[in-house]
Design a protein around this ligand. Structure first.
Ligand code: SF4
Ligand code: SF4
Length: 441
């Protein structure tokens, strides 16, 4: 058993936290001159473009409609002219998709927003429609459409909402700042969720390395007199913020293999998503921007409020530029983030961080069967097996060893002394299994 597992209910690792922006207040990023808006910024069907080249659009106008129930619309994030509708590659899946390019007119002229004051004036269907119409998806990185998550099937009763403020990835501090600076809106979002899902309690769960956020949220909860809501400090351990890790740590309930938290009576929602829920329901505001951290080897690391579609190059420039030794741009944190290959890559709904660093990856060596990867896996999996299976293209054996249950947290790769990129092998196995399953349909 790893040392970490002796103090927490799940295994994990303790990478250096590097939360150097924890005290940097949220700054509004200047409006970008051009935005690049991909139609697939969420899990589910890509949105369908409904604007044409040359068309004038306002900020908040729908430019792509949801492609199905498990999908979300995309809105213009600046006012201006659609200069191009082009094809690009999805920065996670590598699949081709449409990208709407808008040249800003600099005026940020918004569509009219339909505001509401009282939650009691709206029924649940209307609330869910406002959330869907606003294009909300989970902002913790998973990007699952929020309207779907907030309407669990009738045969899956929910007794607990977990509001995820763990922010366990190193370097990232955007959720910390959101709780400190937009805590009232977090609670307004929780109020909406408790109306949609009348759970017995809502637990705002925050890693203990954010004592100011814990104290602030406790104060706000006490002031709000929301009796079902409590604030809980979690042990600081990666990946404490994973949905399955949290349910185990907080409720001692295990999500079944290939299951979801709703299978054990839980819905988990990120704190930034709670703010977006509040803005969608009360302000009628579509999802056009988010708070994110730009950190690592930039001269002035910051927490920024950024319009979606802003190219990463603009962010780096706004943060004083990259340091000379930097040569890698990651969307997300160092554990689960994805390396980008172009400075044009735009900020999307799930982009909580841009991390600039020096690539220090060592060459892969042979497995020495030390079992570090097994001892750190929070899902109790056998990562070393997936490496062996992937190398031999034994996809069905990987499936039988529950590779689909891997949440790609990267703890195993972090702990591996042979520098084996275990998660890449796991992703390969999952992709190949996906192909096999599609061929069988
Ligand atoms: S096997 Fe998956 S869940 Fe387990 S540590 Fe590795 S990446 Fe995380
Ligand atoms: S941690 Fe690396 S070297 Fe050790 S058993 Fe796992 S894959 Fe092999």
């Amino acid at each position: 058993m790893s040392l970490a597992a002796m103090f927490t209910k799940s295994k994990g690792v303790h990478p250096p936290e590097n939360k150097v922006t924890a005290n940097k207040k949220i700054e509004k990023m200047p409006l970008p001159k051009v935005v690049y808006l991909p139609v697939a910024q969420h899990i589910g069907a890509p949105a369908k473009v409904i604007v044409k080249r040359g068309e004038e659009v306002k900020t908040g106008q729908v430019i792509a409609e949801a492609g199905g129930y498990v999908s979300a619309p995309i809105h213009a994030t600046v006012s201006g002219k659609v200069s191009k509708i082009t094809q690009g590659i999805h920065f996670v899946s590598g699949k081709p998709m449409d990208i709407v390019v808008i040249e800003s007119d600099g005026n940020d002229e918004w569509v009219e927003l339909d505001k509401k004051t009282n939650l009691s004036d709206m029924d649940n269907e209307e609330i869910l429609k406002r959330i869907w119409d606003a294009g909300l998806v989970g902002m913790g990185g998973a990007t699952f459409p929020t309207h779907v998550k907030l309407k669990p099937p009738k045969d899956k009763p929910i007794d607990t909402l977990i509001i995820n403020g763990a922010e366990c990835e190193p370097w990232i501090t955007s959720d910390n700042r959101v709780m400190l600076e937009k805590g009232e809106k977090v609670l307004k979002g929780v109020r909406v969720m408790l109306k949609l899902i009348p759970a017995k309690k809502a637990i705002i769960a925050i890693e203990k390395n954010k004592p100011e956020a814990i104290a602030h949220m406790k104060k706000l909860v006490a002031k709000s007199r929301m009796k079902k809501v409590e604030v809980l400090g979690l042990p600081t351990q990666y990946p404490m913020g994973g949905e399955k890790t949290m349910t185990k740590e907080i409720l001692d309930r295990e999500v079944p293999i290939l299951g979801l938290p709703l299978d054990i009576g839980v819905v988990v929602q990120n704190v930034s998503t709670c703010v977006a829920i509040s803005e969608a329901v009360f302000d009628g505001k579509p999802m056009v921007e988010r708070v994110m951290t730009v950190t690592g080897m930039v001269k002035k690391p910051k927490n920024l409020l950024v319009r979606f579609g802003t190219p990463v190059e603009d962010l780096i420039e706004h943060c004083g530029g990259m340091k000379d030794e930097a040569d890698e741009i990651i969307f997300g944190g160092p554990m689960m983030g994805i390396t980008q290959y172009t400075l044009d890559t735009p900020v999307q709904k799930g982009t909580n961080c841009v991390l600039i660093k020096k690539n220090t990856k060592a060459d892969e060596r042979n497995c020495i069967r030390c079992a570090n990867c097994v001892n750190t896996c929070p899902m109790e999996l056998m990562p070393t097996l997936y490496v062996a299976y992937a190398k031999k293209k034994m996809w069905e054996e990987a499936e039988a060893a529950f590779v689909d249950d891997c949440m790609e947290c990267g703890s195993c790769a972090y702990a591996c002394p042979a520098s084996i990129p275990i998660v890449q092998y796991i992703k390969l196995a999952k992709a190949e299994l996906g192909k096999i399953r599609r061929a069988k349909k």
